[in-house]
Design a protein around this ligand. Structure first.
Ligand SMILES: *Cc1c(COP(=O)(O)O)cnc(C)c1O
Length: 463
């Protein structure tokens, strides 16, 4: 991360505390299109609008906190991935980033497939009408009941994650008189995060079967012997929030190496290769993500080149973007409750949500941006930390950012790029009521996931 350690500094303090912040932007009223959903803009009256709707009106109608999702932007990004990869590849949206029935319908309409990794995600996908053969099932410990349900539904593929699961899925499918299409997830010894990848001992994690020591080759040997499953390919997922394609290059090289070994040993050329997801998005102005067409071109070239070198037919490629599709399309709208300046340190801005609607900052030290959206302001920038209302000092939403110094209780602020892994990881900590997801499109807003109520909470409490 290359954020400046020597910011020009806000004008309200001579000395700044240590932190990963850039200098304050020249004009805090300007919204960087990189981090905001496409239809977000600040109106002439200073109020930010999305799909033509002022955020002040959205807050009145739906309350805060709320996730506001730009449907046209979601569809455009999904379509861009689909188009970039073309007819010879499959794009599986990773449902764990954010899944609801509306999202499933948009994906189905835009020609994407869907990854699920639990019975709950599978139920959501099926109930919204995603054809079962366009669904892939992931996870390192799928239950027998989940596997049985998936096989019965006619799911497109199950991605096998262990030796036990190879046998488990084969037995369940066989007992149902079916032959289930499967891939084997391998760990290639590459882990990529943000701008770097490490090609060493990163097989030390719970997912996948290591290529190292011939374990993946042994898994293939066993899978090919079982009647209940049909092995269609090899799967590799190397990390998340990746900007650098070199990790995929090494991963593809190693996966193709396995395909070649399989051909040499068994005389079989597996028809598919899945390179996973993990492509990065802009959370702050310092991030520069790649466009889907660049990613598609790079991945296709890598696989084609590696296969040519190994004299293999180029397999059908799949990719599994989650964050890169939904992440940029939503922001979280909060109301400011208190503004607490700490002399010589920073100002703490408390909002009406927090780690219950965005755990990523606490969990991964994630960086976010923030803006005052209910009005424009010409006040000086002040260094702030946006915090939630939970009983936890690590309850931080945005660690270091600048907001106008006249910020006051009742103002609305918004945190962009919260479409992925925020609602899907939301919790009821402190018995918080999880916020709604409001889809906006062309001047219309509609709730696609409603706000939780106290009745929802109390319904589970049956003591
Ligand atoms: C999480 C995950 C993805 C999606 O990752 P993003 O960072 O959201 O693109 C894709 N494939 C697998 C197997 C995953 O576990």
């Amino acid at each position: 991360m290359s954020r400046s350690a020597h910011p020009a500094g806000p004008r309200h303090a001579d000395v700044l505390p240590e932190g990963h912040y850039a200098a304050p932007p020249a004009d805090l009223n300007v919204l960087d299109p990189k981090v905001w959903a496409r239809s977000v803009t600040r109106g002439e009256d200073g109020v930010v609008t999305v799909a033509g709707l002022p955020v002040t009106r959205l807050a009145e109608e739906f309350g805060t906190p709320a996730y506001i999702l730009d449907e046209a932007d979601f569809r455009a990004r999904a379509r861009a991935w689909r188009t970039a990869f073309g007819a010879d590849a499959d794009v599986f949206y990773a449902g764990k980033a954010f899944l609801s029935r509306a999202v499933v319908r948009w994906l189905a309409e835009e020609g994407l497939n869907l990854d699920v990794c639990s019975g709950g995600e599978l139920a959501t996908a099926l109930s919204a009408g995603m054809p079962a053969d366009r669904i892939a099932f992931h996870g390192n410990n799928k239950s027998a009941a989940e596997i049985e349900r998936a096989v019965r539904a006619g799911i497109g593929r199950i991605v096998l994650d262990s030796f036990q699961e190879i046998v488990r899925v084969a037995h369940i499918a066989q007992s149902l008189g079916k032959r289930q299409r499967v891939q084997i997830r391998v760990t290639v010894g590459v882990e990529a995060h943000t701008h770097e990848f490490i090609a060493t001992a990163h097989e030390d994690q719970k997912f996948g079967i290591p290529l190292a020591g011939g374990q993946a080759a042994e898994a293939v040997r066993r899978a090919l012997r079982l009647d209940g499953i049909e092995l269609i390919g090899i799967h590799s997922h190397i990390g998340s929030q990746i900007f650098d394609m070199s990790g995929f290059e090494v991963a593809a090289h190693r996966v193709v190496g396995l395909l070649k070994d399989i051909r040499d040993e068994h005389g079989v050329e597996l028809p598919e290769i899945d390179l996973g997801g993990g492509l990065g998005i802009a959370y702050t102005s310092g991030d520069d993500p790649r466009e889907p067409h660049e990613i598609a071109k790079a991945l296709t070239e890598i696989v084609t080149r590696e296969c040519r070198a190994a004299r293999l037919r180029t397999p059908r490629i799949s990719v599994e973007p989650g964050r890169a599709i939904v992440g940029p399309t939503a922001f979280t709208l909060y109301e400011v409750g208190t503004v607490k300046p700490l002399d010589g340190l920073r100002t703490y801005v408390s909002v009406d949500g927090g780690m219950s609607d965005n755990i990523r900052t606490a969990l991964y030290d994630a960086e976010y941006s923030v803006a005052l959206v209910s009005r424009a302001s010409d006040a000086e920038p002040m260094l702030v930390r946006v915090v939630g209302k939970h009983c936890e000092s690590g309850d931080i939403v945005v660690k270091d950012a600048f907001l106008p110094a006249d910020l006051a209780p009742g103002d609305l602020i918004a945190v962009p790029a919260t479409g992925a892994y925020c609602r899907s990881m939301a919790s009821n900590y402190n018995h918080a009521l999880r916020p709604p997801v409001v889809a906006v499109e062309d001047g219309e807003a509609r709730v696609i996931v409603r706000r939780e109520t106290e009745e929802d909470l109390l319904r589970l409490d049956v003591g």
